[in-house]
Every structure is written in structure tokens, then in C-alpha cells.
Design a protein around this ligand. Structure first.
Ligand SMILES: [Zn+2]
Length: 285
């Protein structure tokens, strides 16, 4: 029997400027609770050999060549202990998942540096693959209260049903974002290292965290007259420009959109948002 999953507030994930960056923190408490309570409910799964391989959206570049193949593994009891020891910092839990659950990216063995180099979306896709290798493809929900009609719903969600964003061109590393001022921001997408820098900020000040991301990911501002400002201080960007760039970074980041999953509840016919977080992915550990 799987314990009914008590979901966090249905709307608590949807409004963040950078969803991918803010998720792990929100999922922590729930993850830890489930790690404790739900240890024995994982069904044994039989895996074919191909299931532990995946192709990342971006991957890594070595001497001009892109490597996208990655291999994950099934998490063991030792990994479970390491995850429990990662404490309540969600970023650390996420990082531990990657370090323990990913064998290789390209020909390189996973380590902290490599994990930091990967796009946030590739990291989130790897976590999905680790989940698949460990517990199989289906997320089972039992007695989930429908927030629209309050009926309890049993639901099976294959991982493949979670919306997924692809990069138009996996090798494109710089993007142009037109700003309201007539300027153009030239940006790159945030990586694990950027995420770590944001998490290291000991403050709840969201604007400060946004500034950190912007100062790292806005490479240049091209002005209407063709001149460029390299590495503009994030605090010098107008509020509208900051918002535009952050939205672009969120929308363009490839990989699974855990927050964007929804289903139609047959009884009431309503669309129900069901954000998938770490706790949901790894319950049963
Ligand atoms: Zn309903």
C-alpha cells in the first residue's frame, strides 16, 4: 500500500520567476518526511538494460564536440542512507541524487564539477531517469483529493506524461532576448553551478537571488547603436528587463516541466494541476 500523498499547496509552485531554481527548496520538507515514512512501499521492478541510458538535451562540450549520452543507475540502500544524510537542504538532496545516481555523462564519470556544468534541465532529466531506474516509470497516486470537487482520486502518471521542453538547437549556447528599451540581452541558460550560487545566498530576498542569476547569465547588452556592454551589473537592468530575461531563461530551459503537469479529473471534468516534486518522484525510498 502506498500512503496517500499529501501534496503541498497546489499553487505554491506555479508563480516563481525561475521555477526550476526554486523547486528543490520547496520540496525538501516533504521529501524528508516521505524518506522517513514510506520506506517499505517500493515495489521491486525489473529493468531492461536500455532503461538506464538517456540522451540529454544539451550535455557537455569537449574540444568542440558535444556529448549527450548519459547513464544512470538504480539507487541502493547505501544511496538511500546518503540521501537521508543530506539533511534538509533540498539543493544538497538534489545534488546527492545526481552524484549517487548518475554513472556517466559522455565518457566522464559523474562528479560535483560535472554536475555543476550541466544545464538545470539536464539535471532534472537525469533525476527523472534515476527515478525510472529505481522505481520504474509510473507515479502512483492514491486517494489524492481533487482540489475542485474534493473527491479522492487514484491516478497513475507515467513519467512520459510530464511535459518536456526541447531545445530548438542543442548546440546553441547564447540567446538573444529583445528588451522593451530597444536593447538586446545576450544570455546563456543557467546551470547547476548557477543554481548552487543562488542557493548559497543566505537570504530570502528573491530579488537578490534573481540578481545573482542575471549577473551570471546575462553576457552582454547590445544597444540600439550597435555598441555592447559586457557583463552589465544585474542591478543596473530595468525591472521590466530583468523580468523579461528571467522569463526567457525559464521558458527556454529544456527538460521536464514537473510543475506543469495537470490532468483532467473525469468526475468533475476539471483540469487539475498536480506539480510533481522530488517527494512525489522518490516516495517509497
Ligand atoms: Zn474533481
Amino acid at each position: 500500500m502506498t500512503e496517500p500523498v499529501v501534496l503541498p499547496d497546489f499553487n505554491s509552485f506555479g508563480d516563481q520567476a525561475i521555477k526550476g531554481l526554486d523547486n528543490p527548496e520547496e520540496a525538501t520538507a516533504a521529501t524528508q518526511a516521505l524518506l522517513k515514512e514510506d520506506r517499505n512501499s517500493g515495489e521491486p521492478e525489473i529493468h531492461g538494460p536500455g532503461e538506464n541510458f538517456l540522451t540529454l538535451e544539451r550535455g557537455i562540450c569537449r574540444e568542440g564536440v558535444w556529448y549527450r549520452e548519459a547513464e544512470v543507475k538504480e539507487l541502493t540502500g547505501a544511496d538511500e542512507e546518503a540521501l537521508a544524510a543530506a539533511g534538509t537542504n533540498a539543493f544538497r538532496v538534489f545534488e546527492t541524487l545526481l552524484l549517487r545516481g548518475v554513472r556517466t555523462v559522455g565518457n566522464e564519470v559523474m562528479d560535483r564539477k560535472l554536475a555543476g556544468e550541466l544545464l538545470i534541465g539536464d539535471r532534472e532529466y537525469l533525476v527523472m531517469a534515476i527515478r525510472r531506474a529505481t522505481f520504474g516509470d509510473d507515479l502512483e497516486f492514491e486517494e489524492l483529493p481533487c482540489p475542485r470537487c474534493e473527491e479522492l482520486v487514484d491516478l497513475t502518471v507515467p513519467l512520459g506524461a510530464i511535459p518536456f521542453t526541447h531545445l530548438d538547437d542543442p548546440e546553441q549556447t547564447e540567446f538573444e532576448v529583445p528588451l522593451r528599451t530597444g536593447d538586446t540581452a545576450i544570455v546563456r541558460l543557467p546551470t547547476g553551478e548557477d543554481q548552487a550560487a543562488v542557493m548559497a545566498i543566505k537570504s530570502d530576498n528573491v530579488a537578490k537571488k534573481d540578481s545573482e542569476i542575471l549577473s551570471r547569465c546575462v553576457l552582454r547588452i547590445r544597444h540600439a547603436d550597435g555598441s555592447e556592454t559586457r557583463r552589465p551589473p544585474a542591478t543596473s537592468l530595468g525591472m521590466a528587463s530583468r523580468k523579461t530575461v528571467l522569463q526567457f531563461l525559464t521558458d527556454t530551459q529544456p527538460g521536464p516541466r514537473y510543475n506543469d503537469f495537470s490532468f483532467t479529473h473525469e468526475t468533475c471534468g476539471k483540469e487539475v494541476e498536480l506539480p510533481i516534486n522530488l517527494a512525489v518522484l522518490f516516495r517509497g525510498m
